[in-house]
Design a protein around this ligand. Structure first.
Ligand SMILES: Nc1ncnc2c1ncn2[C@@H]1O[C@H](COP(=O)(O)OP(=O)(O)O)[C@@H](O)[C@H]1O
Ligand SMILES: [Mg+2]
Length: 473
């Protein structure tokens, strides 16, 4: 297998290297040298500006079936037990119709290879840092890739755990897998066959056998190579020599064909995993239960029992009651949607590359959340009626009120999902909550009557839910 890169943008210049089956290659260099960019270019995720990357003589497409990619972030849900999260990952990646026994076998084999067999039942979040990294690697081993790319697998690990992980990768390479890692830890290079040492400007200062690195720079230790490279030292590419080339391909098993699951199966798997992740996550359960409790409590405290008696109608309080129900429905949908996507971005990104489609993904979110929202809306109406905060009315009135509330929640859920996909992390999503609630409160017409608004305000108020509710009930 040959891969060559020459110049990816201005970040990397004149990189040229071969990766051979059974070899463990490291891309070393200081932070910002371009290690990740080089790894992603070699994996086919970025197209080089000049030159080519070849996998077995042809250009790789993204998500080529035969490579595994372990990014720096964890690519598994922290809430789920290790065994279950691997089974979901296997279901999503393996060809449709793969028998459950084969899936189980792949999961057991991957866990065994990484020494995690006895941690199957432990939630991923409770694993140690080293175990979690191994778990991410196990996900990639499920489909028995021929090439494995890992971005800084040892960063954040203590030296002993890091060395242990490097030895595991060494073993994987020994079994015939081509392994490429990026690292800025000098000790990691000891078990590698080949090293590409990038200068801070993205030019290779050294490409050759790991064993010859120190000698090439005439320094006693790898630490000092960093100093020499920073000072501008550069060594012409060394021939790898026959030493590190395995004589035969020792690959025992052929890679499993990875077509990815069909749309319906993806939706079913993602829905099950989504529901399970949701229920096991304390924060999301707190939001699910907490927001209806909060809205109902506010309603009960703000208004006296019988405040909305139809026998003494008051246009101001009618607007209020509509506003509160609409706002409740909107708030449930928005708060539930906001944490849905940003909390699993690394998983989502990785699975997209492995063939997961966005249609089934979004559909699975709606399938999990809409019933939850419908229950919350029903509870809101039922409790407020029971507390006499809502007036007596016939079933069709409450029925249409309920349907309209669910529609308002669904619209807010869609808005929440959109915002969740737009932000980078949960902290930002939390900031979006008040930001997106403000227009809903101010332009609803409950505080400033719509006819008294400026024309732009009147236009915005049409998009707010009390209008829908007023029309609906
Ligand atoms: N998509 C991008 N657009 C512009 N610059 C980028 C992009 N990705 C990375 N870079 C820049 O390329 C350089 C190398 O980045 P990276 O490969 O992530 O470094 P590292 O060696 O720490 O992994 C950095 O200066 C980074 O800011
Ligand atoms: Mg990096």
């Amino acid at each position: 297998m040959t891969q060559r890169v020459k110049k990816a943008g201005d970040i990397l210049r004149d990189v040229s290297l071969d990766l051979l089956p059974g070899q463990l290659t490291a891309i070393a260099g200081s932070s910002g040298a371009g290690k990740t960019v080089l790894l992603e270019t070699l994996a086919g995720l970025r197209t080089p500006a000049q030159g080519v990357v070849l996998h077995d003589g042809s250009r790789p497409g993204p998500a080529g079936p035969e490579f595994g990619l372990v990014p720096q972030e964890d690519i598994i849900h922290r809430e789920l037990p290790l065994g279950r999260t691997l089974r979901y990952a296997a279901g999503l990646r393996m060809a449709p119709g793969t028998p459950p026994a084969v899936v189980d076998e792949a999961v057991t084999a991957a866990l065994g290879t990484l020494g995690l067999s006895r941690r199957t039942g432990v939630p991923v979040g409770s694993l140690s840092g080293g175990e979690r990294k191994r778990a991410s690697i196990a996900v990639e081993l499920l489909t028995r890739p021929r090439v494995l790319f890992l971005d800084e697998p040892t960063s954040g690990l203590d030296p002993v755990t890091g060395a242990d992980l490097m030895r595991t990768l060494r073993t994987l390479a020994g079994q015939g897998t081509t392994v490429l890692v990026t690292t800025h830890t000098p000790a990691d290079l000891a078990v590698c066959d080949q090293v590409v040492f990038l200068s801070p400007h993205g030019t290779p200062a050294y490409t050759g056998p790991a064993a010859g690195l120190c000698a090439a720079f005439a320094v006693p230790s790898v630490e000092e190579v960093y100093g020499a490279v920073a000072a501008g030292a550069r060594v012409a590419a060394e021939p790898l020599g026959e030493l590190t080339r395995p004589e035969t391909e020792t690959r025992a098993a052929a890679p499993l064909v990875r077509l990815g699951a069909g749309t319906l199966r993806q939706w079913a798997l993602l829905t099950r995993r989504g529901a399970e992740t949701l229920l096991r996550n304390r924060l999301s359960v707190a939001v699910l239960v907490g927001s209806p409790v909060m809205i109902v409590a506010m309603f009960a405290v703000l208004f006296r029992a019988g405040a909305f008696d139809p026998r003494s109608p008051d246009p101001g309080s009618s607007a209020m009651i509509l506003f509160w129900i609409a706002f409740g429905a909107f708030f449930f949908g928005l708060s539930d949607g906001l944490l849905q996507i940003c909390t699993e971005l690394p998983v989502l990104r990785r699975e997209r590359l492995a063939g997961m489609r966005l249609g089934p993904y979004v559909a699975s979110k709606l399938t999990v959340m809409l019933p939850v929202l419908a229950v919350a809306d029903a509870v809101l109406l039922a409790v407020l009626r029971a507390l006499d905060r809502l007036p007596t009315a016939d079933w069709p009135t409450y029925g249409s009120l309920f349907v309209t509330s669910v529609l308002a929640s669904a619209a807010a859920l869609a808005l929440g999902l959109l915002a969740s996909a737009a932000v980078r992390e949960p902290g930002q999503a939390t900031l979006m909550l008040p930001l997106l609630c403000f227009p809903q409160v101010l332009f609803s017409g409950a505080f400033v009557p719509v006819p008294r608004m400026a024309w732009a305000g009147r236009a915005i108020s049409w998009a707010m839910t009390p209008h829908e509710l007023a029309g609906g009930s």
